[in-house]
Structure formats: C-alpha cells, structure tokens
Ligand binder design. Structure first.
Ligand code: HEM
Ligand SMILES: [Fe+2]
Length: 791
C-alpha cells in the first residue's frame, strides 16, 4: 500500500517535470508563437476585408420623385467639417469619440424618429380631422419603426431613395443642427457655442449626421437588423438588441470559462516550481550601496532631459483634463475664476489625450536610452548625437503639434488644417505632418536601440532579453503605419478600422508585451528575478497577450457596421484578453514578496538594503491596475450585450482612465524613477516625496474611479436601458443633478492626484537638474550593474 502511493507520487512528479521541461526549453517556442501570429493575422485580415466589402454605402439621398436631397460629395464634405473642427473630441459618431457631448448618430436618429412620427400624426389629422387616440398612436409608432428599417438603397443608381416622411425628418434634422451650432441666443449648458459659424458647413455636417443615423437604423441587405446590429439602443426607432448579440455574449462567456480552466491547470504546474527558479543569486540584489556607487555614462546622463520634459508634459496633460471638465461643471467659476470660451473643449481634450501618449512614450524612449549601456556593458560610439537629435525631434513634435491642434480647429490654418493642424481622429489628433514626424522618431529610436543593443545579441539565442526589447520596439512603428491609410473623406467605417488598428493594437496588444519586457528587465536589473525566469514570463505573456489581443480588436467593431462574424470573433477573443490579467493575480503574492524572497537566507548586514523600494511600489501598481483597470473594468463592458448598451457611456471613460494611467502611466513613472535614482546624487534623492506622490497618484486615480467614473457610468448605463442612448448623452441627462454632482466629486480624486502627486513629482525631477552625478569614462560601474544581467 505504502509502496504504491510512493510510486504514484514519483510518476506524477515525473509527468509534471516532463511537461514543464518541454515548455521551459526555448527550442520549442517557435511553433506556438508562429501559430498564434498566423491565426491572428488571418483573422484581422478577414475583418479588414469585411470592413471594405461590407461597408455601408457612403452615398447620396433623393426623393421618390428623383429630386436630389444630398449628394455623396455633400456627405464627404460634412465628414470633413466633422474632422476639421475636431468634433470627435466633443461628441461621438457610432459611439466612438468623446463621451461628454452627444453621440451625433444617436441624436440624429432620435430626431429622425420623432419627426417621422410627427409627419404621420399630422397626416392622420389631415385625413381624419382629429388627432390620433392612444391605440392609433401605437399603430403609427409601429409604422414608423418599419419605415425606418426599410432600406431604400438603390444599388444600380447608387443612391438612397427616401419617402416623404423621411424627407420631412431630414429638413428637421438640418434645422436642429442649425439651431445647435448657429443660434447664439440659445440657452444651453453644453459648450461649443459660436464654434462653427458657416451655415453651409453646418448644413453639410447635418447631412453627415443624417447619413450616420441612416446607417444605424436601416436594415443591412439580406438581414433583419441594421448595418450596426441595431446599435444605438432606441426602442422607438426599432433599434433593439439582435439575437446574434445575445447568442455571442453567451458563447463568449463560455469560451472564457473554458480557457480559464485550461490555463489555470498549466499555471498550477508552473507554480510547482520553487522560488529558487525565480530567484537570482542573492549577491546580485541591487542595494542602496550599489545605487550610490553607480556613475552614469554620457548617454545615460543625456536621458535626464527626456525625463524632465516628460514630467512637465504629464503636468500639462493633467491640467488640460481639468480645463476640459471645467467647461461642463465650471469648477473655477465656483472660485470666482472665469475661463473664457476662447479655448474650446475640443482643443483641451485633444491635448489631454495626445499629451498622455507623448509623456508616456517620452519616458519609454528615455528609459531605453538609459538601459542600453547596461545591456551592452559599454558605451557605444556616436550614440550621443543621435540621442540629441531624437530629443530635438521630440520637442518639435510636441510643440508643433500642440500649436497645430489649437490653430487648425480655430480656422487659422485654412486648407492646411489636415496637414499641420488637427486631423480630427481621437487618439490620432495631430496634423499629418506631425504623424510623419512621429514615425521618423520611432524609426530613429529603433536605430538608436539597435546600435546600442547590438553588442548584447548572442548568435543563436533569439529569446534573450535584449532581443525581446528589440522586437517590441519594432512592433510599435509597424502598427503606426495603419494610421496613414485613411483620408479625411474616406468612408467613416473604413477609416475608423485603421484608427483602431493603431489604438487598440498598441494599448491592448503590443504595449502590453512591451511593458512585460520592461517590468521583467527592471526586476532582473534590480536583482529580484533570475534572467531565466524573466524570459519565460515574457514568452508566455506574449503568447497570451498577442493570442487574445490581436483578434480582440473586434470588440471595437461590434457596432461599427461590420457583419456578425466580426462580433463573433470579438466576443470570444476579447473576453479572453482577461485571462493573462487574471494570471497576474495568481502571481501577485510571489511578485509582491520578490524583494523578501531575493533576500531569503541572507543576513541583511552582509548585503545592505534593497535599493529601489519606491520604484518597486510603482511596479506593483502596474500589476494591480492591469488586473483592475484593464481587466475588471474592461471585461464588464466587453461582452456584446453589455457593450451594446454601454458603448459611448462613462463606463468606457472609466475603463480608459484606469487602464491607461494605471498601467502605462505607472510603468512610465517606474522607469523614470529607476533611472533618475541612479542619475541623481544620492543625498539629493527624496524618498518621502516619491512615496507621497506614489500614494497620491494611485489613491487619487482610485477615487476618480470610485467617486465619479464608475457610478456615473452605471447610472448612465441605466439611462440607456430606460430611454435609449440619445437620452443618456443628452444635455438634459449630462447636465442633470446626479451626473453633475458626481463630476464634482471627481474633483476630490483629481486634486489629490494633481496636487499631492504630479506637482511634487514634477518639482522634484525638475529641481534636480543641477544634481546629476558626473558621467564616467570607464565602464566599470556599468559592468557592476550589468552583472545582474549575465547573458
Ligand atoms: C492596459 C490595457 C488596456 C488599456 C490601456 C486600454 C485602454 C482603452 C482605451 C483608451 C479605450 C478607448 C476609449 C475611448 O474610445 O474613449 C478602450 C476601449 C475598450 N477596451 Fe480597453 N484597454 C486595455 C485593456 C482592455 C482589456 C483587457 C479589455 C477586455 C477585457 C478591454 C476592453 C475594452 C473595450 C470593450 C473597449 C471598447 C469600449 C467601447 O468603446 O464601448 N480593454 N480601452
Ligand atoms: Fe480595444
């Protein structure tokens, strides 16, 4: 009996060991990665094909008698006006864009519905000499739904034929927008008064909104639902969830539970590995003493100016967020400060968004520059001029594009608005010339990194840490190419596909891989994990992030006029995006205790203190927000049926803030503090200040989420379910008591974030400009640090 038991344990262990050994061997790594890339690229290729093939026609409208109402060019012109004035930074189209103003498609659809209804009510009165009673009104309401759903597109003529009721509604939609944009005496708490003053431009804009509403409601040929799967929810227009929306939500959840089980099974095995596997030799811990003794090289010293600019940009970014929200709640008015309308919300919001990308990527560029000599174990020649050129280009990009984003929408650039001003695409706002400049910056960054890292490459070892850094840096500009495809007049549905190819693929796939590489590398450098453990974590994370995140892009296309297959892919793969993030919590305990584990069995007197406790807290925060902000707050809006009601509400704003700042903001600050701690003279370091900033930023962010964004999103979600999206985004709702009060509460978190976190940190980094250690000519210190990264 005893014997048998023993035998079982032995074979069990053997099986386990064999399994792990197989996956621990880097020779077996190509297959799964290539497989995942092929499947994902094929899937994304299919979505791209469908985007073009199944796009709703961007075409004109005529009456039944043949009179032209709107030409195709009118709609294109309207879309151009939409972009030129950056209206995507005020409201949204197909739910994509800013969430504080109206969703123009839902709003126009609501206008159409009430006016088609009014038309038939009037017709009834004319025919019967009295108004319709309750029952008759219900019959009319049904008729309205049916008429709106009927697709009048004539493919031979390439034009949509509208009946008289629809024609009447079109006139009313035009009147509505003339009133919104041009009536200066209108009482309204929504901003953007006196913003567009040209009647012709407003007319074309309303034609464009009318087209968008038509796409949302009219049936896709051969289907019983609209091009947008009946999004936005508006029961009076007949827009209610379809059966595929419900079905794919259930199947998405099923896939999620199944895959979770399988992955946790393998992780269970992996976790049998003892701490020894993760732990490097204790003597490698980067102690307070080695931090003090470190002397930077010239290029490492040159990275400081990037960090300085980045932290100032962070401050400007957060401040422009304040300005944006102030337009709606007038915080400053309460304190007697009047902020004029001369800085429209479209501009401050674009600054807020683009600056987040700028300061975060500046930190990444700077930290890679800092790390390069450590990787190479020496200073590579002629890097300094390239690094300085990179800095100059970055400054030109930031200064030029921020100015362009002001001048373009205000009309000062004339026809140059697209090239030099504001392209009008949320997250890709800057003028196209600056987009080209950013591409050049990425390429130059790639060159600097390649030159600096080359000495660290080892032939036949493609999975080493330096290689991973190179791979992830190549991925970033590669996807940015997608941002160049669309033109201002390109069918919105097609152009938005390319925009998400940049935004989604960056934040939810490649950046995730990039930061896993950076976190792991910092951990190796700090002497907390072994290099072997790090590259394995990176590999598995890459498989999971790319395997789910690339096809997960389809959750951004549920309502963007794509066929059912896209929704099916989205429901499955994007739900699985949560799996790698759950794994972070499985590993959280070990992660949190890394500094302790690294010290296991060593007397502190032999070794000294761990040198980077503050930086390490930021890394823990990255893990926390990856799970909570990206994962939990992402998954609650991810299933098609949830997203159907949620899309375009504050639940998206909630997720975007928690994930972008929580994950990428914190990792950027971690990288900045890692480098500056080694750069500043030791006695000039202020541990307490960094700690206070850390807690202020992270508690501040959490308070913004809990006091405003999450509850506001939740009540707005309910408002959608009760009354339709148009209402939940109307002035009546957004300007109403509850929503406004919650925005006021957000001020608590925001003030803590800004005054307790960002400003002290900025003053700290900026004021240390004269306190950098001298650079060194010998590579001794580098080699000392680099021993943590024995390749
Ligand atoms: C660090 C990782 C992530 C970041 C930085 C991030 C950030 C963002 C951003 C900026 C948006 C666009 C918001 C807008 O249009 O205003 C977005 C949308 C979205 N994200 Fe994420 N995300 C992350 C991970 C995830 C994950 C893991 C999931 C799913 C589990 C997810 C689900 C979604 C969904 C469904 C939307 C679309 C919401 C809508 O427009 O209705 N995200 N995310
Ligand atoms: Fe996404």
């Amino acid at each position: 009996m005893h014997k048998i038991k023993n035998k079982e344990t032995v074979t069990g262990k053997k099986g386990l060991k064999k399994n792990i050994d197989y996956w621990m061997d880097t020779k077996n790594w190509w297959g799964p990665l290539v497989f995942i890339l092929i499947i994902s690229l094929a899937g994304v290729g299919m979505i791209g094909f469908q985007t073009y093939n199944d796009a709703p026609p961007m075409t004109g409208f005529r009456t039944q008698d043949g009179a032209l109402l709107i030409s195709k060019t009118d709609i294109e012109k309207g879309q151009i006006v939409f972009h030129k004035y950056a209206l995507m930074e005020y409201g949204s189209f197909f739910g994509d864009g800013a969430q504080r103003g109206p969703d123009f498609t839902a709003e126009a659809l609501h206008q159409i519905t009430i006016h088609v209804n009014a038309y038939y009510q009037k017709q009834f009165e004319a025919q019967n000499g009295r108004s319709a009673n309750d029952n008759e009104q219900k019959v009319i309401a049904e008729k309205v739904k049916q008429e709106l759903k009927k697709n009048g597109y004539d493919s031979a003529e390439d034009i949509v034929v509208l009946n008289d009721a629809y024609v009447y509604a079109l006139e009313k939609v035009r009147d509505y927008y003339q009133n919104v944009f041009l009536n200066t005496s209108r009482e309204s708490s929504f901003p953007l008064k006196n913003y567009i003053t040209d009647k012709e431009e407003v007319l074309n804009l309303s034609n464009f909104f009318f087209w968008g509403a038509w796409v949302c409601v009219t049936e896709r040929p051969g289907e019983s639902f609209s091009y947008t799967h009946n999004w936005p929810y508006d029961a009076k227009a007949g827009n209610t969830p379809t059966s595929p929306v419900v079905l794919w939500s259930v199947l998405g959840l099923l896939a999620f539970v199944l895959v979770c089980g399988v992955v946790l099974y393998f992780i269970g095995q992996y976790n049998q590995l003892s701490n020894k596997f993760f732990k490097p030799a204790s003597k490698e811990l980067l102690t307070a003493r080695s931090v003090r003794d470190f002397t930077p090289t010239r290029t490492q010293r040159a990275s400081y100016k990037f960090f300085l600019v980045a932290i100032v940009l962070f401050f400007v970014q957060v401040s422009s967020g304040f300005v944006t929200i102030n337009e709606f709640v007038d915080y400053l008015g309460f304190f007697g400060v009047e902020f004029s309308e001369s800085f429209p919300i479209t501009i401050s919001r674009s600054w807020h968004l683009m600056l987040s990308l700028y300061w975060i990527s500046t930190c990444w560029i700077a930290s890679s520059i800092f790390i390069l000599p450590i990787l190479a174990k020496r200073e590579v020649e002629h890097q300094l001029p390239l690094i300085n050129l990179l800095f100059v280009l970055l400054v030109v990009l930031v200064a030029g594009s921020l100015t362009g984003m002001v001048l373009g929408p205000m009309g000062f650039l004339g026809d140059w608005w697209h090239a030099l001003g504001h392209q009008g695409w949320e997250f890709v706002d800057f003028g196209q010339a600056f987009q080209v400049l950013l591409m050049l910056i990425f390429v130059l960054w790639g060159i600097v990194v390649f030159r600096g890292i080359r000495p660290a490459f080892v032939k036949g070892m493609p999975w080493n840490l330096p290689n991973w850094i190179m791979y992830s840096i190549i991925g970033i500009p590669l996807l940015f190419i997608s941002g160049f495809v669309a033109r201002p007049e390109t069918n919105f549905v097609i152009a938005d596909f390319w925009r998400w190819m940049v935004v989604h693929m960056w934040v939810e796939a490649f950046f995730e891989v990039f930061i896993t590489v950076i976190v792991s590398y910092l951990m190796v450098l700090m002497g907390l994990v072994s290099r072997n453990a790090a590259i394995r974590v990176i590999y598995f994370a890459t498989i999971l992030f790319l395997g789910t995140g690339l096809l997960g892009i389809s959750h951004n296309f549920y309502w963007n006029a794509k066929p059912v297959a896209t929704m099916a892919l989205g429901s499955i793969f994007s739900t699985l995006q949560f799996v790698p993030l759950i794994l972070l919590t499985v590993e959280a305990w070990r992660f949190k205790n890394m500094p302790r584990i690294a010290l296991e069995g060593v007397k502190p007197s032999e070794l000294g203190d761990f040198g980077f406790p503050e930086v390490f807290s930021f890394l823990i925060a990255v893990n926390f927000w990856n799970f909570f902000g990206a994962g939990v707050l992402g998954i609650i809006i991810n299933l098609p049926i949830m997203n159907y009601y949620e899309h375009g509400t504050y639940l998206t704003v909630n997720h975007a803030h928690a994930a972008l700042m929580g994950v990428y903001g914190n990792i950027s600050l971690a990288a900045m503090l890692f480098a500056t701690k080694l750069l500043f003279k030791t006695k000039k370091w202020n541990k307490k200040l960094v700690k206070v900033s850390f807690w202020s930023i992270n508690i501040g962010l959490m308070l913004m989420v809990l006091l405003d964004l999450l509850p506001a999103g939740t009540i707005q979600f309910k408002a959608v379910v009760d009354n339709g999206l148009w209402f939940a985004r109307s002035e009546e709702f957004i300007g109403g008591g509850v929503f406004q009060s919650l925005t006021w509460l957000r001020g608590i978190g925001a003030c803590l974030f800004l005054f307790g976190g960002v400003i002290p940190l900025m003053l700290f980094i900026v004021s240390r400009a004269g306190s950098l250690k001298r650079s060194q000519s010998s590579d001794k210190s580098l080699i000392q640090i680099a021993r943590h990264d024995t390749i």
